[in-house]
Design a protein around this ligand. Sequence first.
Ligand code: SAM
Length: 284
Amino acid sequence: MDLREEIKRALGADTAAVLSAPKRKDQAFRIKVRAVQMRGQELFQASIYQGTQVFHQNCDADCMAGLLQQWITEDFGQLQLEGCGYSVHVLSSRKGKLTVKSRRKEKPEGKTAPAAHNRQKQYILPEGTPVDFLVDLKVMTPQGKVTSARYDKYRQINRFLEFIRDVLPDLPSGREITVVDFGCGKSYLTFAVYYYLNRLLGLDVRMIGLDLKADVIRECSRLAEKYGYEKLTFCVGDIASYQGASAVDMVMTLHACDTATDHALEKAVRWGGAGDPVRALLPA
Ligand SMILES: C[S@@+](CC[C@H](N)C(=O)[O-])C[C@H]1O[C@@H](n2cnc3c(N)ncnc32)[C@H](O)[C@@H]1O
């Protein structure tokens, strides 16, 4: 089956596609595709992120399959496409040589196929694809099935990744992105964000988790090494006196206690004042 047909097979009501790793600086840095209903017709909408603007292009499945094939061949280094029970991952070299990995996703056991009016939510970390840290947390089985006892955790992690997805257009393109997680604790979300940005979207991301607790940081460092997350590092320290990075693109500081959030906000503002501003700040 040729690539266009493989792409078309995955285009349906639940489709989510992202083109990332642009090949040139003067072009869109990301394109996302999803299904939309327009005047009773099922179409596909491409949101094209260029500079600070977003353009939209709508067309039917055949046309969108052609566009996606053209974009991944000529303009982008990576395409991640999920839909209709298929997962298609394409890498494209600068010269347009394509490496395609396509597979049929397993249906979650004991669940019937969702009716069109009652579709299952499409999570960013899809059920059926085992993710190493979620398996260690017993959120997933080694086969990728979400365990019922930890379904809430699975939903919470995916919900947080949706916030990250929303700020993606604000992040710089064409260079390494630096993310700091202040008060990372056991780092469930730190691992999730790194996995999403680096492994799923293919972004060049360097991430630092900082916390006061040496034993927790030791364990997080061990896990990052175990998963082969080369650019995810952890260090022990106090947010107020942290000097480990001079320019940062995104700051997370979630459920940090006492005055920790205040210190994190102050750092983010200071980094902004030093030159390239912090593009995203996620306190909670
Ligand atoms: C409630 S936990 C949240 C962990 C993680 N961010 C999450 O949302 O799952 C708060 C963490 O912030 C850390 N923390 C509090 N004040 C800090 C400070 N001034 N510098 C570094 N870490 C701090 C604590 O050690 C603790 O691990």
